[in-house]
Design a protein around this ligand. Structure first.
Ligand SMILES: *Cc1c(COP(=O)(O)O)cnc(C)c1O
Length: 392
């Protein structure tokens, strides 16, 4: 059995958890391990300020509060994303404006953003799918031109780069996920990256239930109280201790995943050359983190059959997002600007293969051989060539 995901354990996690349990000084949030994690993320990726959160969902919610989203404001994002990207802003009363994605990276099509901007537009939320960066230079240019905020959903993009800059550090705010399905995890967890210093003070308050408790602990005020809206967005030290063991070994995990990604790519190349499948595209200016290995097949029917076939062979391959504009809530809270040319078509044919830390080469070969046997034995005929528009 080769599952789709196994959460990473690299060795030091239990040691730090034990240390914490033995010390019994502080289990709640913002202790030593939270500080260590934030400092490490700041120094590794060059963020001005990092606040650990209970999830990426909560980091996105904090971002929506920080950029002061008001009822009726519009927020531009791709429809091909996780529900939290939209929900965080809908909770503040925003209307979500979806624009189409690019077929090569599955990221928001930067050339379609400008035409979706109105006087109500407040923010752009690029989602770095599979840890491959959106075209951030153009997105930041548009944001500057119209005075918009940029919140990066970098849930999948921890330790990925765009032109040498770490994802999550380019927009005004960035959001990371440490959910067990992500590259570095603590079960459930996340981080808010604050790149625009104006947001630091208020972010600390929002994260601490709307109180200035952080300032109090630093001795900057002599009592603390309720000063703003907020919630409980700080994770327990137990989560942070586990996470520190992962972040300390980020490069170990990264290299291991990248070599699996590369192996898949090489071994599936022949099938792609013969026109059966398409392989993922990583633009030259992006350094990705092998968050995901996906293939694209001919159509929805073929994908359903392939998932079923792999399931019989005990291989966990899964499809991904159902575009949000076609969901029940999406119909209430969003509109799709322009035509959906790529989003639905490409999401229908994308299939994610098993990918996790310490996935073995022999297991990858089992997956590759299963895919090959699916196409070769069934004699399924060759794909129609899809011509990717290469904008970069
Ligand atoms: C995983 C994910 C999230 C949510 O992360 P949580 O930490 O589980 O809240 C948000 N956006 C994207 C693109 C994701 O992949």
């Amino acid at each position: 059995m080769i599952p789709f995901n196994i959460p990473a354990v690299v060795g030091k996690e239990a040691y730090y958890l034990n240390e914490l349990i033995n010390d019994r000084v502080k289990f709640s949030g913002d202790g030593i391990f939270t500080q260590k994690c934030s400092a490490l993320i700041e120094s590794l990726y060059g963020a001005k300020k990092v606040l650990l959160t209970t999830s990426c969902t909560h980091a996105l919610e904090m971002a929506a509060i920080l950029i002061d989203i008001q009822p009726g404001d519009e927020v531009i994002m791709p429809s091909y994303t996780f529900v939290s990207t939209a929900n965080a802003f809908v909770l503040r009363g925003a209307k979500i404006i979806f624009v189409d994605i690019r077929p090569d990276t599955m990221n928001i099509d930067e050339m379609k953003i400008e035409e979706a901007i109105t006087t109500r537009t407040k923010a752009i939320v690029p989602v770095h799918y599979a840890g491959v960066s959106c075209e951030m230079d153009i997105i930041m240019q548009i944001a500057n031109k119209y005075n918009l905020m940029v919140v990066e959903d970098a849930a999948q993009g921890v330790n990925s780069y765009y032109k040498g800059k770490a994802l999550g550090t380019i927009g005004h705010l960035g959001c990371y996920s440490f959910h067990e399905t992500k590259n570095y995890n603590c079960g459930e967890g996340g981080a808010l990256l604050i790149n625009d210093e104006r947001f630091i003070e208020r972010a600390e308050i929002i994260r601490e239930k709307g109180t200035n408790r952080s300032k109090f602990f630093r001795g900057q005020v002599d009592k603390y109280g309720w000063v703003d809206i907020g919630s409980s967005y700080l994770p327990s030290e137990l989560n942070a201790a586990y996470l520190y063991g992962q972040l300390e070994n980020a490069e170990l995990i990264n290299q291991n995943r990248l070599s699996s990604w590369q192996y898949y790519y090489e071994k599936l190349q022949a099938l792609a050359d013969e026109g059966y499948i398409n392989l993922p595209v990583v633009p030259e200016i992006c350094r990705h983190n092998a968050h995901m290995f996906y293939i694209k097949v001919r159509d929805l029917v073929e994908r359903t059959e392939l998932i079923e076939y792999l399931k019989i062979m005990e291989i966990g391959a899964v499809f991904h997002y159902i575009p949000l504009h076609s969901s029940i809530a999406g119909q209430n809270y969003s509109v799709f600007h322009g035509e959906d040319i790529v989003t639905t078509q490409e999401s229908d044919v994308l299939l994610r293969l098993p990918m996790y830390y310490n996935l073995t080469k022999s297991d990858i070969m089992v997956v590759v051989d299963a895919i090959k046997s699916f196409y070769k034995n069934e004699n399924r005929g060759v794909h129609i060539e899809r011509n990717y528009i290469s904008g970069w």
